[in-house]
Design a binder for this molecule. Sequence first.
Ligand code: ADP
Ligand code: MG
Length: 698
Amino acid sequence: MENKVPELFGSMVFHEHVMKERLPKSTYKTMCKVMQEGKRLDKEVADIVANAMKDWAVEKGATHFTHWFQPMTGITAEKHDSFIAPAGDGQVIMEFSGKELIQGEPDASSFPNGGLRATFEARGYTAWDPTSFAFIKDDTLCIPTAFYSYGGQALDKKTPLLRSMEAFNKQAMRIIRLLGDTETSRVNTTVGSEQEYFLIEKDVYLKRKDLVYCGRTLYGAKPPKGQELDDHYFGAIKPRVKAFMYDLNQELWKLGILSKTEHNEVAPAQHELAPVFTTVNIACDHNQVTMELMKKVADKHGLVCLLHEKPFDGVNGSGKHNNWSISTDKGANLLEPGDSPAENTRFLLFLVALIKAVDEYQDMLRLSVASAGNDHRLGANEAPPAIVSMFVGEDLQAVLDSIESGVEYAGKDREMMKVGVHVLPRFFKDTTDRNRTSPFAFTGNKFEFRMLGSAVSIACPNFILNTIVAEELALLADELETAEDFTTAANELIRKTVIEHKRIIFNGNNYADEWVEEAEKRGLLNLKTTVDVMPYYLKEKNIATFTKHRVLTKEEIHSRYEILVENYIKVIHIEALTMLELAKKSILPAVSAYAKELAETITLKKQISTAINCKSEEGLLIALSDMCADFVDKQKALEDALSKAKNFENEQIVAEHYKDDVIPAMVALRAVADAMEEQVSEKYWPFPTYGELLFSVL
Ligand code: ADP
Ligand code: MG
């Protein structure tokens, strides 16, 4: 199969090569310009492209087309239209016009809009993003589109991302020109997003309503074995999982997605997939498709793919590492330090812009990964803490220290790795020693933002990252453009920025308690939960930056804030209701039934002879009966907490109530259930245990 991969790769994508083959030369040229420079397509060109696309898609078996977009739900949306048009003689022809390609008009009143759209103007528009290729999925030609309201306000995740790419390019190009580079004509940010996930047996999954409704388990006692032996990480991949990965790769490759690395992760049943990096908006589209296909392919294999950030308590949750860098159209990586980083002004300017951005916008970065699900991970000693900081590593730290002190950087003899086995090739110690605990780590020629939860769309973290760095680049450019001597001014600015923002750099262990104290001393933010970080969206400083670069308007920011708050409340509310339902309809009846068996056993034993020892059954019966009473009290407490939420008008206060009252009530309810699970016969327990879930795939 392997040698067929090059033919398979991208076979379902209307990519540049296909365009070159199928479009008239002049149309192809126009398309290239549109893709590279983000120009608008006129109607005639669009008609030609649409027709060629349709012919190609129909040859590949497609019958429908859809504008594929990314509403604020975090997943993708599509509404299929077939290509058929009546031919007048009872037959049909397959048609697809330029207009249909460029713009769609889905009735979009049911998507979250955070108050941006009144129902009387329920119309939404979708517009083709020609920088992302159309592709065929499920016999449908999918056209990647942005989604916005009647008034032009962004209702999706893609629009701000595209806008942020423009802002970034504009400001980065100012610096590039200042550096005397007249060749480069475009700067993009690039992303490779590593995706973690769990695979469990479908039969077992279906018996867990908490997983079905909420994507995570709300009850479950610890199994005797979890991840403590570290025997799963990078372990041999089981045949069922291997078969899944094989199929998934085939499907991803067909869609031109550069799926590259796969391995088992730390927790049992946990795995990871990493693609080769690409331009950020494509990386975002690809990650959405990857998540969707993971679920579909798993289903074909009788498995379920869990993308929730924390499906199981007590074992690691799943994240998504957002490897981020900056690339020019001439192929240069602007975060590449080169052999002498201390003299590399270009590298240093982009680096200090990034350092300043991360320091000044800790709140926005924390916000970009905030969700009810991710709150279970951040700061839980398995993922970076909720405190945003940056790791630069020993070598780069030495460069920054020398800039600060003014003492020339002598460079370091690179240390040879001593592996102790002569047959192994000798290699240099990686100069970025790969701190795994940092939320934002330099890894050679890119930064790895590690706070993302597995379920999140990478659009939000990346449009925020692009915008805040664009802002810092703009400020640098403002000063440098008016400087008398560029080199002196640049060196001074670099030094000043390092001194003013070095507090954000931390190269130690971010999981240690001392870091929390140290970070507090440094005045860094520690926004533990989504609710704590939400209000920062509306800070004047943040609104000013996002509006200045035309990434979000004030109204759009407000709408996003509202969607975040609403979503948080809804997620916890659904979880609480699911817990209550399981408590009443499954757990209590099961424990009662078991208690009844115990009681009957005691009676029977006593009937046979009062001399028979019934202590174990009696002890257990008493304990379980007490726990049941406690369990009912805890249910009541949760119900009370839920109904109290109705008393508050202000959404922020409701969200705080969910965080401070509802969640603790859920935790308390679960604790009693888990204690009962440990005592109740397996035969009676109403749903599969953690052991069965985590070790279900053989
Ligand atoms: P690790 O697991 O050690 O973090 P991986 O090799 O699994 O590393 O993942 C590294 C990721 O970084 C890959 O997705 C890779 O494509 C991506 N990457 C490499 N170079 C760049 C770059 N210049 N820009 C963005 N992402 C990059
Ligand atoms: Mg990684």
